[in-house]
Design a binder for this molecule. Sequence first.
Ligand SMILES: [Cu+2]
Length: 271
Amino acid sequence: MAWRSSLLCCLFLSLSLAASARAATIRQNWVISYQFVHSDCVRKLAVVINGQTPGPTIYATEGDTVVVTVKNNLMTENTAIHWHGIRQIGTPWADGTEGVTQCPILPGDTFTYTFVVDRPGTYMYHAHYGMQRSGGLNGMIVVRTKAGSPDAEPFRYDGEHAVLLNDWWHKSTYEQAAGLASVPIGWVGEPQALLINGRGRFVNCSTMAAGACNATHPECATPVFAVVPGKTYRFRIASLTSLSALNFEIEVRTVILINSLFSFYYSICAY
Ligand SMILES: [Cu+2]
């Protein structure tokens, strides 16, 4: 029987080695700071990751380990990052819910989030402190299926695009928060723009004071998703709106697009 148990042992060892060899570690270094942006052509102070909002999209494969080192360069604010939809099995301290699973990252401090993305899908991340999420501190996580996964995609596609939807106000989140906490309440009202991948267009740009709105600013240029006729594309769609319920629609203009297969993953970030 000894040879059987040693054979089983070898088999188990080789299987676990093969599994660990396949899984990768995705590393990112983030610096959180304030920066003026022109997401809808209007100049506004936002909370950004490495100078951009939304932050970088994290691409991983199921089973991979994601390691994100977050440096808080906000001068007067704490921060924390929540990985929306990631189960955090065995790593509850990486969930990023400030005051629940971790102390906030203080100004000047650095915190490293390490977690495994165990399920394929389209996810989001966002700040979990104050109204920083609405202020620009957000982004997407794309987890692809691994070869031989029981969660294998039911269709094949040649390429994919990540689409992150958001709503955007010109008032700072600090002004909004003070209004919401006032008696009587100072309601935030409708957003001034809707953003696709951090880009939108304030329709009344020409009515604003000189310098406040620049309709030709590259940061508010229309986002473009390149597709090649005859190919099949997957669109991964996520919404991080704070207030708006959105309908997403692709206007089909040509027969070429009708032949394409679109897969929509739509989720609302409720918290
Ligand atoms: Cu969330």
